[in-house]
Design a protein around this ligand. Structure first.
Ligand code: G3D
Ligand code: MG
Length: 168
């Protein structure tokens, strides 16, 4: 049987194509594939990490394509402990949409720990780090930039989330 001290439901949100499935899969398995098939329903990924000596199981809820139709089922949000709101640094519009996603989380879950994640930093960016950070500051969120492809900061994003949620 798997041993852990805490288990948390992690919401992985953001517009379609920003890299939610890639980040989740990268974190959970360390693999990256260029050709994911978008699925209906929710993809679940899980990984247990150690935070301050505690075993913390993160159960990632990746909307698996549903986000393209915007209104996710209330079940998706139910019991959400924390979340990542992801945008694509090559697509400024996906950053603008983050405030909408954050409002959705607050509406369903109240104030839970969230990190704003700028993904695809291995590509030519259209959103600077400063712009991303400014949005995060204005929404009172932590901020990190990642590449699911190169594995940059992927572990770091989830361990930061683990630390944040353990504090609550
Ligand atoms: P989503 O789950 O948010 O909809 P996906 O996004 O994880 O399905 O990713 C959408 C596309 O972006 C995929 O390419 C995926 O390979 C690519 N991608 C995700 N993260 C990164 C990254 O960090 N860097 C680069 N270069 N690409 C990334 P396809 O071609 O399959 O649509
Ligand atoms: Mg997906």
């Amino acid at each position: 049987m798997e041993y852990f001290n805490f288990s948390f439901k992690v919401l992985v949100l953001g517009d379609g194509g920003v890299g939610k499935t890639s980040l989740s899969r990268r974190f959970a398995t360390g693999k990256f594939s260029e050709d994911y098939i978008s699925t209906i329903g929710v993809n679940l990924f899980s990984k247990t990490i150690t935070v301050n000596g505690k075993k913390v199981k993160l159960l990632l809820w990746d909307p698996g394509g549903q986000e393209k139709f915007k209104n996710l089922l209330p079940k998706y949000y139910e019991g959400g402990s924390c979340g990542l709101v992801v945008y694509d640094v090559t697509k400024p519009l996906t950053l603008k949409k983050c405030s909408w996603w954050i409002n959705e989380v607050i509406r369903h879950c109240g104030k839970i720990p969230l990190i704003l994640v700028g993904n695809k930093i291995d590509l030519g960016r259209q959103v600077s780090t400063e712009e991303g950070r400014a949005v995060a500051n204005s929404l009172n969120l932590h901020f990190i930039e990642t590449s699911a492809k190169n594995q940059t900061n992927v572990e770091k994003a989830f361990s930061l989330l683990g630390e944040m949620v353990l504090k609550t």
